[in-house]
Write a protein that binds this ligand. Sequence first.
Ligand SMILES: C[S@@+](CC[C@H](N)C(=O)[O-])C[C@H]1O[C@@H](n2cnc3c(N)ncnc32)[C@H](O)[C@@H]1O
Length: 435
Amino acid sequence: MVANDIILTDDAADQLAAESAGHYDRMQVQLFKPAIRLADINPRSFKELSKEEFAGKMAYLTHYLHTRSNGASKYYEQEATEFVKQLLGPDVAENPTEVKQAFDALESEVMNVPFPTPKTARFKFIDLFAGIGGFRLAYQNLGGKCVFTSEWHPSSQQTYAANFGEVPFGDITRISETAIPDHDVLLAGFPCQPFSIAGVSKKTSLGREHGFKDETQGTLFFDVARIIDHKRPKAFMLENVKNLVSHDKKNTFRVICETLEELRYSIHYRVLDGKHFVPQHRERILIIGFDRDRYEGKEPFEFPELPRPTAVLEDILEKDVPAKYTLTNNLWKYLQDYAAKHKAAGNGFGFGLTPLDGIARTLSARYYKDGSEILIPQAPGENPRRLTPRECARLQGFPDSFMIPVADTPAYRQFGNSVVVPLMQVVGREVVKCL
Ligand SMILES: C[S@@+](CC[C@H](N)C(=O)[O-])C[C@H]1O[C@@H](n2cnc3c(N)ncnc32)[C@H](O)[C@@H]1O
C-alpha cells in the first residue's frame, strides 16, 4: 500500500491506532496520513508574511502541483519545494520521500475541483488578467493546459482557486516575463487605459527600435506586449470593451495595433456579441494575433459564423429566489424617479426592466450597486428583483458546476467583469485549429 492512497483525518487515525493496539501504534498510523492538507495551510501560520506574500507562495505551490509532469515545472519547483519544506517542519523537510509524498497528496487535492487541469494537453496557454477564469474554462474545454495565471484581486483569486485548484499570481506589472513558462497561446482581457501622446512623439524623435516600450510604458497593455515580445507565443487572444476602438479619439486602438504589428504579429479583430449564446447583449472586441515569424501571415484563421440568437432571459432564471433580491420600495421609487428625470431631460434610458422573453443589457461590474441595468419583472404589484449571482454566472455562460465561494457583492463584480464563455470558446476553437 502506498502511503498517499489513504487520507485519514486525525480522529480516524486515532481510532485506527486504538483499534489495532498491539499491532500498530499511533506513530505508525501517522505514516499513512498526508503530512499536509491544503486546508491546513493558512496565512495565520505565516504571520511574518503579508497576505499578498502568502498568496504568492500559494501561487508557486499550486502552479507547481499543476505542472509537475511537464517542462513548466522548473519555473515553480524551487519556491514550491522551499514552501513545502517549511510546512513540513525541520524533522522531515530533508527527507525526499516525505517531500514527494506531501506533493502527491497536495496534487490530488488541487485536482479535486470542478474544472481540473487536463493531464494531457493539445497545447499550453497562459491566462493574464484572469478574473475568475472565463478564458481558462473556454480554452481548457478546447484541450489546453494553463501553465501560468495572474490576477491580483484576492476575492477573484479565491473564486479562481475554488474552481481550477490554482491560485493566480498577483500584480502582473511586478512579474518578470522571464518568470513565465513557454506557451502556445496567450490570453488576456486587459483593462483599457489611454496611452500618452507625449510618448508617441518621444518615440518618433528618438527613433527607437522598440517604440512600443515608449508608447505603452506604465499601462497594462505594455505588460501584455512585453510578455508577447519575450515569450513569442504562436498566437494570442485579447479581449476588451467595444469602445476600445474609439477610445481616446482612436489613439488607444491605433497604438495597440501598431505595437502588435511591430512585435511581428498579424492581427485579426472583430466586435462580437454574446447574445448568440446567452440572453445578454454584450459586445466585446476580440483581437487575435499570430506570430509572423512562424506563420508568415498565412494562418488560416477566420472568425466563425455565430449561431442565430435564441436564448431568452427566462432560460437562465432560478426558481424560488430569496426575497432579498427584490428591490426595496425606496430603491424602486428612486430608480423610477431618476429615469423619469432623465427622460424629461432627453437623455439616458434609466433602469433596464427586461422582458422574460427578451435579452438583458450588458451586465457590468457595478451591478452590485443597484442592479438597475438588468431588472426582472415579478408578479403584478411586486417590485422587480435583481439577478442572483448564479443567474449572472449563467448570463455569462458559466455552467452550474462553477463554484461561487464568495459573497454576493464580489460575485456580482466578478461575473460583471468576466467574458461570455461559449463565445470565447467558439472563437478559440478557430485559433486552436491554427496551432
Ligand atoms: C476585465 S477583467 C478580466 C476578467 C476575465 N477575463 C474573466 O473571465 O473573469 C480584468 C481583470 O484584471 C485584473 N487586474 C487589473 N490590474 C491587474 C494587475 N496589475 N495585475 C493582475 N491583475 C490585474 C482585475 O482585477 C480584473 O479581474
